[in-house]
Write a protein that binds this ligand. Structure first.
Ligand SMILES: NC(=O)c1ccc[n+]([C@@H]2O[C@H](COP(=O)([O-])OP(=O)(O)OC[C@H]3O[C@@H](n4cnc5c(N)ncnc54)[C@H](O)[C@@H]3O)[C@@H](O)[C@H]2O)c1
Length: 255
């Protein structure tokens, strides 16, 4: 299926935390399908590198640096994208700051940074998207992220799980609240995809071990997630709102 067929050509998509990991994979895939991608990240250099890669491949992208856990920064960033390219069609709330640690080790500083990057950014992103979408558009898309940890009670993930569980619950609310405006709010739960975020917490050997317990007997890849996101943004997913799509080889269901 080409980009035109998926209805993504010219679609303006804002992706938070797209400077690396899953966000980078989604940005490059959507860029290849003809979307105009805002690659936003607290790390300006990585955001610029991802946008440059998309442009080099013949796509359209723009990089923004800034801490999207800050409401004014998020609003200004989305405004800049809308000023440059026009009303925004889709928002992918991908940014996250990950720490796995035992509950007694969680400090106020870590918790606050995790909540700002991973949860507050979702609130600010949705607000900014609502402000900068075409009010007459018949549809819009928001994709939020949960995780298998929010459904499986994994030790040492209390802070991260609290955020991912909150996002899943909040997304149900938004599906109902924004659906009447034509906005589809869906959640994805990627599972066990090695990225820079998890490198500090999960070794290559542990990933190999994990794969043996995943029903599809492998870990995920960024393009598994990118393809699912493209589907959710496409015309093929017209009536999907409030869904939670696991992209985890079966971890939540059976792993
Ligand atoms: N990798 C997995 O297996 C997995 C599993 C479940 C869910 N997820 C979710 O997928 C998303 C992407 O995860 P990843 O593994 O690619 O993570 P990652 O850490 O590799 O990438 C996250 C990006 O977000 C950026 N970021 C962090 N705080 C920010 C802020 N305040 N403002 C702007 N940018 C900020 C980082 O600089 C980084 O580029 C996250 O929401 C994560 O919770 C990942």
């Amino acid at each position: 299926m080409n980009g035109q067929g998926m209805g993504l050509k010219g679609s303006k998509v804002f992706i938070s935390g797209a400077g690396r990991g899953l966000g980078e994979g989604i940005a490059t895939h959507l860029g290849s399908l003809g979307a105009v991608v805002a690659v936003a990240d607290v790390n300006e250099e990585t955001a610029a590198a991802v946008a440059a890669k998309i442009i080099e491949a013949g796509g359209e992208a723009v990089a923004y640096g800034g801490d999207l856990g800050s409401r004014p920064v998020y609003h200004d960033t989305m405004a800049a994208f809308a000023r440059a390219y026009g009303p925004v069609d889709a928002l992918i709330n991908n940014a996250s700051y990950l720490v796995y640690e035992p509950i007694e080790k969680v400090t106020e500083e870590t918790l606050e940074r995790m909540i700002a990057s991973g949860l507050k950014s979702v609130f600010w992103g949705v607000q900014a998207f609502l402000e900068h979408r075409d009010p007459n558009a018949v549809r819009g898309d928001i994709i939020n992220y949960s995780s298998p940890v929010a459904y499986r009670g994994r030790p040492n993930t209390a802070a991260y799980t609290a955020i991912k569980g909150a996002i899943a619950a909040m997304s149900n609310v938004l599906a109902g609240e924004l659906g009447p405006r034509g906005i589809r709010v869906n959640v994805i739960a990627p599972g066990s995809v090695p990225t820079p975020a998890t490198a500090g917490f999960v070794t290559a050997e542990q990933y190999e071990q994990r794969a043996k317990g995943i029903p599809l007997r492998r870990n995920g890849r960024p393009d598994d997630v990118a393809k699912a996101v493209a589907f959710l943004l496409s015309d093929e997913a017209d009536f999907i709102n409030g869904a939670m799509l696991s992209i985890d080889g079966g971890i939540i269901a059976a792993g």
